[in-house]
Design a protein around this ligand. Sequence first.
Ligand SMILES: [Zn+2]
Length: 420
Amino acid sequence: MAPDSLTPSSGEIVVNGRRYRLPRQPTVVVCVDGSEPGYIERAVESGRAPWFGKVLTRGTSLLADCVVPSFTNPNNLSIVTGQPPSVHGICGNYFLDPDSGKEVMMNDPKFLRVETLFPSFQRAGCRIAVVTAKDKLRGLLGKGLELGAGKACSFSSEKSDKATLAENGIEKVNELVGMAVPDVYSAGLSEFVFAAGAKLMERDLPQIMYLSTTDYIQHKHAPGTPVADDFYAMMDRYLGRLDAMGCTIALTADHGMNAKFDANHQPDVIYLQDLLDDWLGKEQARVILPITDPYVVHHGALGSFAVIYLPAGTTAAAMAAKLAALPGIEAALSKEEAARRFELPADRLGDLIVVSTKHKVLGTSAARHDLSGLTEPLRSHGGISEQRVPLLCNRPLSADVGQRAWRNFDAFDLALNLVA
Ligand SMILES: [Zn+2]
């Protein structure tokens, strides 16, 4: 089916206040988890990534800001809604649900406050494919899609063997891809995403495809290191295949990544719960780390962003000032200040938001972090220092975009509206 036979009369859709042209070619948006600027360039320099080399010189190569907290879920949801968390509501992987008073994962689609782009594209007649590495994102990304053969599919590498037509719009994924279910802590989990994307494009020709990887490699290996170059060379091969099939490909990252260890190669941590217990009494304040998810082996739940709930009678402004004065703290803000500055939903934040500096991370209590899984010196994210990410497209800009401040959640706008 030619894409124009599917095009409604206007040829565009409006979602969450933004306008998108319907795809003229199959359009693939890729979120490379933790891809700080430098990974792609170093792989190109070492001759391992010829497709990326072409994109950097002949396509569109921009730098964009991601959403703070620079975590996976808030940014993936921004990319697929085109809006910051103040609009879509997902401001962490993990939060204190004000309705239940419990610390819960923010994976449940009920927490998403607006539609993603995908249901609108589907209603306009597009076939949709959404593939993620970890299953934690699948429910949110697939929300509102009518799943089924020839319509839309949404599945993860992690649970690829469990995919069914009813739940995921696809079955026998491992057979299609020719790969078994990869280990959740492996480069293979991300490779599966690309391998599945290439196979799906060959077989089903979806008009809109979203591929989202995991940052297992980026947490352990800096740009230009052999393992990182291998990873980007792998990606280069699959993206080259999608390009050869005529796809428009836009690529960005959910967040960057920085070294977070000290001179002894130990994680450089400020343990906020321990500190607040000292200042206010044991467990008077409650520290929540929104990086927390079921997979913390590679970062020990240590990131650069924390949320604090204060006991009644404690003034947020005074406590913010006290925290901001500590070495290693980049910002300590009241809920209202943080909501304004970072475009976050105030009703899902604690009383205080704390961000650490580039090479520091924030923990709860030293005793509560299991760091035994950290086989390499810690690299992590979450802060303002990990906000800068690449925004690439395999086609050159065709629109006059002036001096625009790019966000990673402009990726669909770029791919559909602004390139040749
Ligand atoms: Zn991530």
